[in-house]
Design a protein around this ligand. Structure first.
Ligand code: ZN
Length: 255
């Protein structure tokens, strides 16, 4: 089912996403950090907000929930594991459940690591993945409530999606992520080309999102712990994937 997706920048570097399914006339927003940009855009479009899809409890993804709910009567969907931490939660969901935006179905994927209750939403027909602070373009989320093993398992789950999956993440971090990525994967021509493209996009004030899973597979060091070049750079040729992933994550924390 056709799903129109629009990027709504929030705060300094957050992204919320407006979803509209035209056949049923249903509108949702993913991770509204603020209410005002959402209500302003919907007023322009003369649309009502029906749903909020929350990925995780952090304020820069949920601070708009209560105001939007009060203004529109929309329902809030989020992780059952974060029932006590998501403002205004009406419908608690978990791994494998489906959420409907009109006739468009999104699969709930448990992707813990950044937070213990972090979920992602995969709309297979639109090929749209809303993964917030689990997978970034050229990066991944910080391990605030999980460990490297848990995050690596979450990323592997996302890696099972097709190459043309559109990755809608929670922040515009791509340019600084590219600078870090080049320190661990300096000889990767696909990464070099992506870094240049990202620089051009940001210089023009444009978002680097969505990226695709295929592009991330070729350029994002957090998805490439098995890469021989990265392993050579890190001096970890005999290590396991999760050990290499953990080292890349630690280096990024210090970068
Ligand atoms: Zn977060």
């Amino acid at each position: 089912m056709a799903l129109a997706i629009e990027i709504l920048p929030m705060l300094s570097d957050n992204y919320a996403y407006l979803l509209h399914e035209p056949e049923a006339g249903v509108t949702a927003v993913v991770d509204p950090a603020e209410a005002a940009p959402v209500t302003a855009r919907l007023a322009q479009q003369q649309r009502q907000l029906d749903l909020i899809l929350t990925t995780h409890h952090h304020g820069d993804h949920t601070a708009g929930n209560l105001a939007l709910k009060a203004a529109t009567g929309c329902r809030v969907i989020g992780a059952a594991a974060d029932r006590a931490r998501i403002p205004g939660l009406d419908q608690a969901v978990q791994e494998g459940e489906r959420v409907m935006v009109g006739k468009a179905a999104g699969e709930v994927m448990a992707t813990p690591g950044h937070t213990s209750g972090h979920i992602s939403y995969w709309f297979s027909e639109a090929k749209a993945l809303f993964c917030a602070d689990t997978l970034f373009s050229l990066g991944c989320g910080r391990l605030l409530e999980g460990d490297a093993r848990q995050m690596w398992a979450s990323l592997q789950k996302l890696l099972a999606l097709p190459d043309d999956a559109l990755v809608y993440c929670g922040h515009e971090y791509t340019e600084s992520n590219a600078r870090f990525a080049l320190t661990v994967d300096p000889d990767n021509p696909a990464l070099q080309a992506r870094a240049e493209e990202v620089h051009r996009l940001r210089a023009a004030g444009r978002p680097t999102i969505p990226t695709t899973l295929g592009l991330e597979r070729r350029t994002n060091p957090f998805l490439r712990p098995d890469d021989p070049g990265i392993r050579r750079t890190l001096g970890m040729t005999g290590a396991s994937d999760v050990e290499v992933f953990a080292e890349i994550r630690q280096r990024k924390d210090r970068f």
